[in-house]
Write a protein that binds this ligand. Structure first.
Ligand SMILES: [Zn+2]
Length: 376
């Protein structure tokens, strides 16, 4: 099968070529390349297969925008509405529709780069929601020296005490990339909405392991991008992942880092066409645990066996030997484009990943705390 649309792989390679040609002075690091093209042959083949599949059965959004390779038929026009979430009772208490409403609210704040009024509105929203769920909330403010100057940043950490001091640390970044018109429904929004709904499920209830849920500032590269191509290719050392580096360093200093039994990072998990791959810098036993939970729940079609490397908010923890898994669907055609909007994300995807998070936390309880039984 083929189509006139360039494949995602071609688009990335062309963007890179363009970037190298037009900004030869910019440093494109290995991490940036890993994000852009550092994918295995298996992953590229999968992207191409996916591209062919989409060319035949266009995505809802494509059909809506009239950019698909084939004309919408009633069948795929019906698919134009993102899939609804199953009832919360079928996803371990995780309410995908509710998570979707959090996502809508977050996106309504507009572009949310660090140290902007929009991001401060999001911070106030996150804190008030977490408090309403009965979470203990701490706001950790810090100054970051970035490529666009000194910025005030804030990590928001919700803490759920357990009878065991061991910590399950959940992470999401809540800032969006510094690109005009970018609202980050999937990148920044989806994982934040997901962890809010996870927090609603966990806060105020007794549990075996302690859970910390950290909403991180400043994950994105701090450069004022003018084009999507720049935003997709430039990733320089020490000018991104500010919140996670701050949290890892402060937990290291306080001694809390030693208590972390497992870290689960959520990033870009709202894609209506969900396909979470393994991430090759993550800790194998922890990924195995998450993937076996997904398999048990019947989600193997969404939690794929292929793997790709991604530099992300888990990296400062991986380098400190904290068992970590990055749960990310990086095969998202709208990544760092102004098309990363609500219509590309589905409550169904949020519900699936939320269910896997809640059940993985239970599996970790059982692994680390004696007497912590009870599957749902
Ligand atoms: Zn991003």
């Amino acid at each position: 099968m083929s189509s006139d649309k360039p494949s995602r792989r071609q688009q990335i390679l062309e963007a890179l070529a363009h970037e190298l040609e037009t900004s030869p002075g910019e440093r494109i690091t290995t991490a940036g390349l890993a994000r852009a093209v550092g994918v295995s042959d298996e992953m590229l083949a999968q992207m191409d297969a996916e591209h062919d599949r989409l060319a035949t059965a266009p995505k809802a959004a494509d059909a809506a925008m009239g950019t698909s390779a084939t004309a919408p038929t009633p069948a795929n026009a019906a698919a134009a509405k993102p899939a609804p979430a199953p009832p919360a009772s079928e996803t371990g208490g995780f309410d995908g529709a509710r998570a979707r409403s959090y996502l809508e609210k977050i996106v309504s704040f507009g572009p949310r780069p660090p140290d902007t009024p929009n991001l401060r509105r999001e911070q106030a929203y996150l804190v008030s929601q977490l408090q309403s769920f009965g979470c203990q909330v701490s706001e950790d403010n810090f100054q970051a020296q970035t490529g666009v100057g000194k910025l005030s940043m804030e990590n928001i950490v919700a803490k759920v005490p357990g009878r065991d001091p061991g910590i399950v640390l959940l992470l999401s970044h809540y800032d969006t990339v510094r690109l005009p018109g970018f609202v980050g429904a999937d990148d920044g929004g989806s994982s934040t909405a997901l962890l809010l709904e996870v927090a609603r499920n966990l806060c105020g209830k007794p549990r075996p392991l302690t859970v910390w849920i950290a909403f991180l500032d400043g994950e994105e590269e701090q450069t004022d991008f003018q084009t999507e191509q720049q935003a997709q290719t430039i990733w320089t050392s020490n000018n991104n992942t500010f919140g996670s580096r701050e949290l890892a360093a402060s937990m290291d200093l306080s001694g809390d880092l030693k208590r972390v039994k497992a870290l689960l990072l959520a990033d870009m998990i709202g894609d209506a066409n969900l396909g979470v791959t393994r991430e090759s810098n993550s800790t194998p036993w922890l990924e195995d645990l998450v993937w076996s939970v997904a398999k048990r729940l019947g989600y193997s079609q969404y939690f794929l066996s292929s793997s790709m490397p991604v530099t992300d908010d888990h990296t400062p923890f991986v380098s400190r030997h904290v068992p970590s898994a990055d749960i990310i669907d990086f095969n998202y055609p709208y990544w760092h484009t102004t098309e990363d909007t609500l219509d590309k994300c589905s409550p169904h995807s949020l519900a699936i990943v939320g269910h896997v998070f809640l059940e993985s936390i239970k599996a970790l309880d059982q692994k680390f705390v004696s007497g912590a039984h009870g599957k749902s």
